[in-house]
Design a binder for this molecule. Structure first.
Ligand SMILES: [Zn+2]
Length: 483
């Protein structure tokens, strides 16, 4: 796929990142402390050779980039109530952006920016980090998708572009896309990073990796399942190879699903960690235990797992993305959960919520994800607000739920030093909400302005995209010597 898009890498160079050595060392030390003895290679142990202050690509692969100075007119957000996602509460403040970075966070009465600065009046509104959805499938078919288009990479790419616009308009500046059709998620990720489409950042897994007959390959094949969505591989070498293939295509994370054997999941995780990628698992029961023992980084969904597995997740600092609302949608629609050949269990709303509460009580770090299957991309942001409300009902404060959806999600993405909070030096992903979401989560549906990567993309609720500027012809035409 890189070959098909050989013009993109140069465009992608406009997206530069500054990574401080101190931040990397801190992350590295934290991961080393939690590395299980049988798997010393943790994702953040990587790249100790990056020089302090080195600039890298804005993704977990962290490719070194040539530094550039932030220039051009500042963008100033004035008069708002700032929820920065790290300092606790909400305070009046002014936020100054230059280039694609946050230049300063100043007192509300500050002045001093250039005469050419653009000013956004946020009086009475809430200024906060862009939302992050940790579990999307933006290319998945929805109910309107013709059956013969369900495995179409082109159809998936177009649908994904539409769905990403819905996310952007709803205040999402990053999504982690955990499975899609063929290479569509990677294409969307590259085009978004290059600023070629108005979209959140897409941290893509690409495909599900599973054993033959595993999740998303079972018969009868349903929409968003099958060989264009899930790669069936058998034996540790084949699992290792498929991880490398996803890395080659542009993966920011590896997604695996039950079923597998212990040596297969160990090989996949070890290979991903060697490449610097985290691994997350859509699995249950014995497979969750195998994944946890093998040093997985995260477990998706509220699928059944033992109390012993929860305790081990907590001990090994393995995170969870519980996606409670999407399973509630399934239960509401189907009147129950009846499993499949690879899902031999049942579930209830109460059981799912009890599992969430056990994970919280155990101290497991949890992120917010919606798992946009079926028509769920069309339910954004309602599905996300509903997920936040599950967290609050389960014991989070409203502000801690918002932190889960911003800074905690960013850390789970391996992007906590660049995204998820409003602090000087970070990438400028900021939203302005007409309301007080820190007091009432429903206000999150009233996103007025979205700034992603320093660009003011949603203005007063509407997408603003610069008009195409025509490139000059090679020479004036028609040529003077043509009679
Ligand atoms: Zn999913």
């Amino acid at each position: 796929m890189k070959a098909k898009l050989s013009f993109l890498p140069s465009l992608a160079r406009i997206c530069l990142a500054a990574t401080t050595g101190a931040a990397l060392l801190a992350i590295s030390a934290g991961s080393a402390a939690q590395a299980p003895a049988n798997n010393p290679v943790q994702p953040n142990d990587r790249r100790p050779f990056l020089a302090p202050g080195a600039r890298t690509s804005d993704d977990p692969v962290r490719i070194p980039r040539k530094p550039v100075a932030e220039t051009g007119p500042e963008l100033v957000i004035r008069g708002g109530r700032l929820f920065d996602a790290v300092s606790g509460g909400v305070r009046p403040a002014t936020v100054v952006i230059q280039g694609n970075r946050i230049k300063a966070v100043l007192p509300p009465d500050a002045t001093g920016w250039g005469a050419d600065a653009r000013i956004i009046d946020a009086a009475g509104k809430t200024v906060m980090p862009g939302l992050i959805d940790m579990h999307t499938h933006v290319t998945y078919p929805d109910r309107a998708t013709p059956i013969d288009e369900q495995a179409s990479e082109g159809g998936g790419t177009l649908r994904g572009q539409r769905n990403l616009r819905y996310f952007l308009e709803s205040g999402f500046t990053s999504v982690r896309d955990l499975n899609g059709v063929s290479n569509a998620p990677f294409l969307l990720s590259e085009w978004s990073a290059a600023g070629m489409i108005p979209a959140p950042r897409v941290f893509a897994a690409g495909w599900i990796i599973t054993g033959t007959g595993g999740h998303a390959t079972e018969r009868p094949v349903s929409p968003s399942h099958g060989p264009d969505y899930a790669k069936e591989v058998d034996g540790p070498d084949a699992w290792r190879g498929m991880v490398r293939k996803a890395f080659k295509e542009g993966a920011s994370v590896i997604k695996i699903a039950s079923h597998f054997a212990p040596d297969e999941v160990r090989a996949a995780i070890e290979e991903a960690h060697l490449l610097g990628l985290k691994v997350t698992c859509d699995c249950e029961t014995i497979y969750t235990e195998m994944a946890v023992d093998a040093g997985i980084d995260m477990i998706e969904h509220p699928l059944p797992r033992s109390d012993a597995a929860i305790a081990k997740m907590a001990k090994k600092k393995i995170a969870a993305v519980p996606t409670l609302q999407v399973y509630q949608n399934l239960l509401d629609r189907a009147g129950g959960f009846y499993g499949s050949t690879s899902r031999r269990f049942t579930m209830t709303s109460q059981g799912n919520f009890d599992e969430f509460k056990k994970m919280k009580a155990a101290g497991i770090v949890m992120g917010i994800g919606t798992d946009t299957i079926g028509d769920a991309s069309l339910m954004v942001p309602n599905s996300y607000i509903a997920e936040l409300k599950w967290f609050v009902r389960g014991g989070y404060t409203v502000t801690d739920a918002l932190k889960a959806g911003t800074i905690v999600n960013a850390r789970l993405l391996d992007m906590g030093d660049e995204l998820g909070s409003i602090e000087p030096g970070k990438l400028a992903d900021i939203i302005i909400v007409d309301g007080r979401p820190d007091e009432n989560l429903d206000d999150l549906a009233r996103v007025e302005h979205v700034i992603k990567d320093g660009k003011w993309l949603i203005e007063g609720g509407a997408l603003v995209t610069p008009r195409h500027v025509s490139q000059p012809l090679v020479k004036p035409s028609p040529p003077a010597d043509v009679k």
